[in-house]
Design a protein. Structure first.
Length: 144
């Protein structure tokens, strides 16, 4: 399965595709914003590589993604960004809006996730909660 070969989580895929609502949903439910794929990519790297400014912005400013994490090629997300790199700095509310690189981190417990692939329709589905007991499709339950 491609998902496992690349080591991408559902958060990685959502960031890569610019799906802000899915990114919000997973991070509000406790996903680790700085989790890495097999290549060392974080969701921030993938959003940056694919030019999703709105996702880059919320990952940094809302979910405190670390912008100084390097992938296994030695690159930070800003190295892949083609626009203004000010997006990788957070405004410091105590300095009148000037940018600061200091962030707080928060950790959450990750709820049960069900990632399923329909063999007949070729679709991937992500659901929060308990997986169904009588699933007729391949399923992967991710729990931390």
């Amino acid at each position: 399965m491609l998902l496992l070969m690349q080591g991408f989580t559902a958060l990685h895929w959502a960031a890569k595709q610019g799906r802000q609502e899915a990114v919000d949903m997973m991070l509000c439910s406790g996903a680790d914003v700085n989790v890495r794929s097999h290549g060392g990519y974080t969701a921030l790297h993938l959003a940056s590589i694919h030019g999703h400014q709105h996702v880059v912005h919320i990952l940094i400013n809302t979910y405190n993604a670390k912008s100084n994490i390097r992938d296994y090629h030695g690159k930070m997300a800003a190295h892949y960004w083609s626009g203004c790199t000010d997006i990788f700095s957070r405004p410091d509310p105590q300095s009148g809006g000037r940018f600061s690189r200091i962030r707080r981190t928060q950790r959450y417990a990750l709820p049960s996730l069900l990632l399923s692939r329909s063999r007949s329709q070729g679709q991937l589905n992500l659901e929060f909660g308990t997986p169904p007991q009588s699933a007729s499709h391949a399923a992967l339950d991710l729990q931390v």
